[in-house]
Design a protein around this ligand. Structure first.
Ligand code: SF4
Ligand code: SF4
Length: 363
């Protein structure tokens, strides 16, 4: 596991050119250098070079980041701010009482028991597994914590895959680790990284599928932390890609207008328009800034309530302008953020799988 001090070359690589500020969603609504990577690297450079000490103020700015990765893709040096922020957060939290409390709550016995309890209770409402034959594709499904606790996605999948049988394997995965990474709990992150990779090695499969953009993005980061985990990147897709590739068709009796919110962690959204073209009676209207962050980003919303609310209401405004009946997305966390913004409004928030499962006919 790399420690904060190991990132000195990357931190000092930042030229302070400020290009990251032009794409950082937080800087757009709060033009303070410290909210974008440039200012964060100024502070972290001070700490790593011995001119500054970690403080509550620096911690405040470590938490003021959506982990959307937009700055990395725009940075001439390709510096990975999210990875460095996690290492800095670990360094800041490791000897603090608040860090010890968070580590306890996120520890394997406590965290997994909470998820397991939800999983067992919701099992009563889950459909039976569909049938597949030997010619069916084999899918390892990384369900993610939210879908383990809530049965809606399983119900939608059961309907969608009725005429497109796949053999679904659900290994004993733990959380993808994003909440641990965000809190700087790198030891716990490494624990799930190792566990999930070992689970995956037990199976032969055609696809590794998830329908949570954040889980997919986190799993894709494992090879940065573990040697020999590169195989994870080879056939990882999401259900949207699978449905588009299978050329599934959907007939809706009622005409509906929809729009799409692209989660920050969704790398490729080409599947969405392909699927919409296969939906009869569905009108897709692209919203302004459809790929702008919804503002929720897990614990970010709790720690930065004002900024989060600003981003969420901007998103809601863009959604409302489309006049859509539904805003569709592919990330359970974004669904929460969008629901907060659209409370009491006409447009309903729905996951892609649940929306498609509403079709009157699926071919
Ligand atoms: S774009 Fe990259 S190099 Fe330029 S200021 Fe931002 S983090 Fe530093
Ligand atoms: S990851 Fe996103 S929110 Fe964080 S500094 Fe980069 S662009 Fe800004």
């Amino acid at each position: 596991m790399k420690e904060f001090k190991d990132y000195k070359p990357e931190i000092n690589k930042c030229s302070k050119c400020g290009l990251c500020e032009s794409v950082c969603p937080l800087f757009k609504i709060n033009p303070n250098d410290c909210v974008a990577s440039k200012g964060k690297f100024l502070m972290l450079g001070g700490v790593i070079n011995g001119d500054l000490k970690f403080s509550q103020t620096i911690n405040k700015y470590l938490d003021m980041c959506l982990k959307c990765g937009k700055c990395k893709s725009f940075c001439p040096g390709g510096i990975d701010i999210c990875e460095i922020l996690a290492a800095a957060k670990y360094e800041y939290m490791k000897n603090r009482l608040s860090g010890k409390i968070i580590n306890f709550l996120q520890s394997r016995p406590v965290f997994n028991r909470i998820i397991k309890t939800g999983e067992v209770l919701s099992g009563l409402f889950r459909p039976k597994k569909g049938c597949a034959d030997t010619s069916s594709p084999v899918v390892v499904y990384f369900k993610g914590c939210v879908n383990k606790v809530f049965p809606k996605t399983d119900k939608a999948l059961a309907r969608l895959l009725k005429h497109h049988p796949v053999k679904i394997i659900e290994p004993d995965f733990e959380c993808c680790g994003l909440p641990f990474m965000t809190e700087g709990n790198l030891e716990r992150f490494m624990q799930v990284c190792k566990h999930n990779t070992e689970e995956l090695r037990k199976y032969k499969y055609d696809y590794l599928i998830t329908d949570c953009a954040s889980c997919a993005d986190t799993i894709a980061s494992y090879p940065k932390y573990m040697e020999n985990a590169g195989f994870l990147l080879k056939n990882g897709i999401n259900w949207g890609d699978f449905i588009a590739d299978e050329n599934m068709k959907f007939k809706f009796k009622k005409h509906l207008k929809v729009t799409f919110h692209k989660p920050c962690h969704l790398e490729n959204d080409e599947f969405f328009e392909k699927i919409m073209n296969n939906c009869e009676n569905i009108e897709y209207v692209k919203m302004e800034d459809y790929d702008a962050c919804c503002g929720f980003a897990g614990s970010f919303a709790l720690k930065n309530a004002g900024i989060s609310a600003g981003l969420i209401s901007q998103k809601a405004e863009n959604i409302e302008k489309t006049g859509a009946d539904y805003v569709i997305t592919t990330c359970p966390a974004c669904i929460i953020g969008l629901k907060l913004g659209l409370a009491g409004k006409k447009t309903k928030v729905i996951s892609l799988l649940e929306f498609l499962a509403m079709a009157d006919k699926i071919i």
